[in-house]
Design a protein around this ligand. Structure first.
Ligand code: NDP
Ligand code: OXD
Length: 309
């Protein structure tokens, strides 16, 4: 029987069950070592074991169970020519918008300072200002960046955006490419990283980038840990150029207990839980994509391997 390999040991156990219900003409196999390689026609994966996807000669789709594909593309032994699709999950998108909104509000209302005052039992009155007095700069205007922008605008924040290609018809000012990065940065009080990790974006937030952010800016990284050079971030926080960083993603996850980010007073660490894929909102899309690939149609949300997202 044609087999769809499901390999994502950490994912919700509902995934293979729901896929099997929807795709009764296929076998959903969860043990990569117990399948006949010739039977495997598609793979639904999150971080598959190194080199294993090359062993399936009849593979027609690699469906990633997440939005970011950097880890998969780092594999030097992916099968050539097999399309790779990522997830665009409305539930994941909504949770991410909520996270960005929550932390932008907290930073705008200077909650880190209020928490520090609290810890010292100090009544530190900070006058509440409307969101319109802060500009949030979103780096990455893809599915997640655009949804976050909408959520921020809906409660009154100014939003500016930056992406690789120029956007038109947006309800906020946007900038494109290296040549417009400085102008974008000049306008942003809170920077939100929603870029994919690619060869062009690795180490993107370094000393040079941080040297020209607005004085007293704050940073939220929900993209990937390796977008940020850790020493340079610490230096910018220690010098006061950056007032606070909210970090959800790290070069090493889980963040090691001895890592200095845990102890830094101007860093908020969250355990890569800004958002997550949810079978309730994503199974239908994966099923549709599998059906498309297996009937010779073009799957949705294909990844461009040459640019890395
Ligand atoms: P998309 O592919 O939809 O959007 C990516 C955006 O980044 C696009 O606007 C793209 O520009 C822009 N971009 C890419 N490379 C560059 C570059 N070199 N310079 C400027 N802009 C660039 O991705 P999503 O919005 O769905 O997701 C973004 C990332 O969020 C994921 O790759 C993943 O790493 C992370 N993520 C984190 C989660 C978490 O739990 N923390 C959950 C889900 C995702 P253009 O529009 O021109 O193509
Ligand atoms: C993703 C993630 O990329 O959860 O989907 O980080």
């Amino acid at each position: 029987m044609p087999t769809i390999l499901f390999h994502s040991p950490q994912s919700d156990k509902a995934w293979p069950v729901e896929l099997q219900k929807a795709l009764s003409d296929h076998r959903i196999a969860t043990d990569i070592d117990a399948v006949d390689p010739a039977d495997v026609v598609a793979a639904v994966v999150w971080n598959p074991p190194h080199g294993r996807l090359r062993g399936f000669p009849n593979l027609r789709l690699i469906q990633v169970l997440g939005a970011g594909v950097d880890r998969l593309l780092r594999e030097d032994s992916l099968p050539d020519g097999v399309p790779i699709a990522r997830l665009v999950d409305p539930g994941l998108t909504q949770r991410m918008s909520e996270y960005v909104l929550m932390h932008c509000l907290a930073l705008h209302r200077r909650m880190p300072e209020i928490q520090r005052a609290h810890d010292e039992r100090q009544w530190r009155y900070l006058h509440p200002r409307p969101p319109a007095e802060s500009s949030v700069g979103i780096l990455g205007l893809g599915v997640l960046g655009l949804a976050a922008a909408q959520a921020l605008i809906s409660i009154g924040f100014n939003v500016v955006g930056w992406s690789r290609s120029r956007k038109s018809g947006l309800a906020f000012a946007s900038f494109a490419g290296e040549s417009e990065l400085e102008e974008f940065k000049r306008r942003a009080d809170i920077l939100v990283l929603l870029l994919p990790l690619t060869p062009l974006t690795a180490d993107f937030v370094d000393a040079r980038f941080l040297a020209t952010v607005k004085h007293d800016a704050a940073l939220i990284n929900v993209g990937r840990g390796a977008l940020v050079v850790e020493d340079d971030l610490i230096a910018a926080l220690d010098s006061g150029r950056l007032r606070h960083a909210v970090l959800d993603v790290f070069r090493t996850e889980p963040l090691p207990t001895e890592h200095r980010f845990w102890r830094h007073p101007a860093i908020t660490v969250t355990p890569h839980n800004s958002s997550a894929t949810n079978p309730a909102t994503a199974v239908a899309q994966v099923v549709d994509n599998l059906r498309r690939a297996l009937t010779g149609q073009r799957p949705s949300n294909l990844v461009d391997r040459t640019i890395g997202y």
